[in-house]
Design a binder for this molecule. Structure first.
Ligand code: SF4
Length: 325
């Protein structure tokens, strides 16, 4: 083999030197070009805020913006998609789009209302798929059946928030569900052939690097298709902000966070799409850490750590990992 030829035994994304499997390379492979996500707010509520499960919301969430008055306002979905298409066409020359039902819990409504909302997006020819953000306790069998039907028509990715696989951490976060609830939702969704993503937060108080690595191994063992990794950041008007002001929330440095990300990337399957390696929020609401407001700071630090450790996604992936409850 000539020295510079790609090694065909490597996953396709490693053949051009990448160290993890990004969403853009996944879309390029699947759709042959640029695909961008349009964030859609269908004004759904959240069971952890409206009293179905709890009222306080997760400690890091700005619950005010998800008040129950947001329910069932589907009228402007078309306008949001129009606006998103215009902007993303101009900025990225994109012609294909995924409608991303993002804020709050986008499966928390009667199944007829959900279908109406999703179909407003699906009928647009430029929309090649849906991404639906939700929590594991808002996925009844009727909702999963609907999603499985839609997945036969267009690409559908169901993003089930988890943040950590450790129940003591989920309690600290006031998530209102435990890890078993997540495993149950994943099992039922997988039995319907759904494509699943999840969100994890690294650097949570009380978690060691081994704890985070175990979460990565568990996600890999469950066969999750895509992952968004976020750092813990503090925004105004949250329970976390109060704890942080009292000095109760130690936050990892950028360099420490990058090491944690590499630990987790190493445990994932090479088939898992890594949609994000750090969180982002508006500087207007941010309290800490400062580097959150620096564009691509997290991503760049992860690239540096990957190179320094000569590491890549899947380096320590264990396909035979058995979870010990
Ligand atoms: S589940 Fe999501 S929307 Fe609901 S409180 Fe938690 S972070 Fe906020």
């Amino acid at each position: 083999m000539p020295k510079d030829s790609p090694d065909a035994s490597l996953p396709f994304w490693r053949q051009n030197g990448a160290r993890y499997y990004t969403l853009s390379s996944c879309y390029k492979r699947e759709f042959g070009g640029i695909v961008r996500k349009i964030s859609v707010d269908a004004h759904f509520s959240c069971p952890n805020i409206d009293g179905t499960v709890g009222r306080g919301g997760c400690v890091f969430c700005d619950a005010v913006s998800f008040s129950p008055s947001r329910r069932f306002g589907l009228d402007d979905i078309d306008a949001q998609i129009d606006d998103g298409i215009k902007q993303l066409r101009r900025r990225f020359d994109a012609t294909k789009f995924i409608a991303y039902f993002q804020p709050s819990t986008n499966t928390h409504a009667p199944v007829e209302t959900l279908e109406k909302a999703y179909r407003i997006a699906l009928r647009r020819p430029e929309i090649v798929g849906l991404a639906i953000g939700t929590r594991p306790d808002a996925l009844g069998d009727d909702v999963l059946d609907l999603l499985a039907e839609i997945a036969k028509e267009k690409r559908l990715s169901l993003e089930i928030g988890l943040q950590s696989s450790h129940d003591r951490t989920l309690k600290f976060l006031n998530r209102g569900h435990d890890y078993a609830c997540f495993v149950d939702a994943v099992t039922r969704a997988k039995s319907r052939g759904l494509r699943l993503g999840t969100h994890l937060i690294l650097g949570l108080p009380g978690e060691t690097r081994d704890d985070m690595t175990l979460t990565g191994r568990r996600i890999a063992a469950l066969g999750i298709d895509s992952v968004k990794l976020h750092h813990l950041y503090v925004v105004r008007n949250t329970a976390l902000a109060k704890m942080w002001a009292q000095g109760l929330v130690p936050l990892p440095s950028l360099e420490e966070y990058a090491e944690e990300v590499v630990d987790v990337l190493e445990t994932l399957s090479p088939e898992t799409v890594v949609e994000r390696v750090a969180g982002e929020t508006s500087a207007e609401y941010l309290l800490a850490p400062d580097w959150t407001a620096i564009k691509h700071a997290g991503r760049n630090a992860v690239d540096v750590a990957l190179r320094r450790r000569n590491s890549w996604q899947g380096k320590r992936f264990d396909p035979d990992f058995q979870d010990q409850p």
